[in-house]
Design a protein. Structure first.
Length: 94
């Protein structure tokens, strides 16, 4: 799990998601399309996606609702504050 990475999991059917262009992942953000079909357990699929994601902050998105720059900056701030508070926890203090 990368401390600085935000993972966006885009939820939708395989039919719906195949019409979308996936944004390019980079060092700050990772995009994963959750292709749901009728014969799969949604809970199992979501658990698998979250477990295999690399981000320290995971955001679920409906199809076609990719975050704009303002939203991305807000998420980066949340991620940064979360990481700072983790480092200040008694477990990390000497």
């Amino acid at each position: 799990m990368s401390q600085g990475l935000v993972t966006y999991i885009v939820l939708g059917s395989e039919e719906r998601l195949k019409t979308l262009k996936c944004p390019v992942s980079n060092k700050d953000e990772e995009y994963i399309f959750a292709n749901f079909s009728n014969n799969i357990s949604y809970e199992k699929k979501l658990d698998e996606l979250v477990t295999n994601s690399s981000g320290s902050l995971i955001v679920f998105l409906p199809p076609s609702a990719f975050p704009n720059l303002k939203a991305k900056n807000a998420l980066k701030k949340i991620r940064s504050e979360e990481h700072t508070s983790e480092l200040q926890s008694p477990m990390y203090l000497v």
